[in-house]
Write a protein that binds this ligand. Structure first.
Ligand code: GLP
Length: 232
């Protein structure tokens, strides 16, 4: 893994943008995208740039089950607001949270297979989750329905008016789906990510720490600030 330590999220945005720009210049056409607060500064630099994704495809990691794309907390809505409205792609896939689980997860995995991901961006859950793959998710998992853990519900409750409004289920690319990407960029900021960052990079590779699987991937770049890198 290549570790890039940046001074703050603004610099992380620039560093992440550089990874996107280089991939695009090298012919990447399929970009795996992520939600959460972490990638926002990268999307901000991309939308302010002249990078052209109009011939590229994007495939998002995950979506809450039960939220339509028009819901302000849906990940489709988030992506429209932070990236797609300003920087359109030829096609942008996000799981359909309103669709039936078996049909949607199979359809989504087919999309990933038909459009092999050149560069996948990932955030990191405090418990080491990537996408919505919570601890214990098999490393060979494909797109599936997820039951969110209480810690993830708590971490995401800040975005909802009431904790009871936080969806309990989601559709997520599996760890096996994510590992198919040719290149992975994981970004983490802040002290509450420090334990997960250390375990991901230096700990044992175990399904109890989903991000540790990245030690087995041949092309991973990690962007961290000092607080997230504190326990390395
Ligand atoms: C959610 C998302 C993850 C994201 C994580 C961290 O659970 N499903 O993809 O990485 O939160 O979010 P944040 O970047 O806001 O810390």
């Amino acid at each position: 893994m290549k570790i890039l330590q940046v001074s703050d999220q603004k610099m992380g945005g620039q560093a992440g943008y550089n990874v996107f720009a280089e991939a695009l210049a090298n012919g990447a056409t399929v970009f795996g995208l992520a939600t959460g607060s972490t990638p926002i500064s990268i999307y901000d630099v991309i939308t302010a740039s002249d990078l052209d994704f109009s011939n590229a495809v994007s495939i998002n990691l995950d979506e809450y089950k039960g939220l339509p794309g028009t819901h302000e907390q849906s990940y489709r809505y988030f992506m429209n607001e932070h990236l797609f409205n300003k920087k359109p792609f030829k096609e942008s896939y996000v799981p359909d949270g309103m669709a039936d689980a078996a049909t949607e997860t199979a359809r989504y995995e087919r999309i990933i297979n038909d459009n092999p991901i050149d560069l996948q961006i990932l955030g990191l859950g405090q418990n080491g989750h990537i996408g919505f793959n919570e601890p214990g998710t098999p490393f060979d998992s494909l797109t599936h329905e997820v039951t969110l853990t209480q810690s993830t519900i708590d971490a995401n409750a800040r975005f909802f008016a009431d904790e009871n409004d936080v969806p309990r289920y989601a559709y997520s690319m599996g760890i096996g789906s994510i590992m198919k990407a040719k290149q992975i960029l994981l970004v983490a900021y802040g002290e509450n990510k420090a334990d997960a960052v250390a375990a991901m990079i230096e700990g044992p590779v175990t399904e109890d720490m989903p991000a540790s699987v990245l030690q087995r991937h041949p092309n991973v770049t990690v962007i961290v600030d000092a607080a997230a890198a504190a326990k390395l």
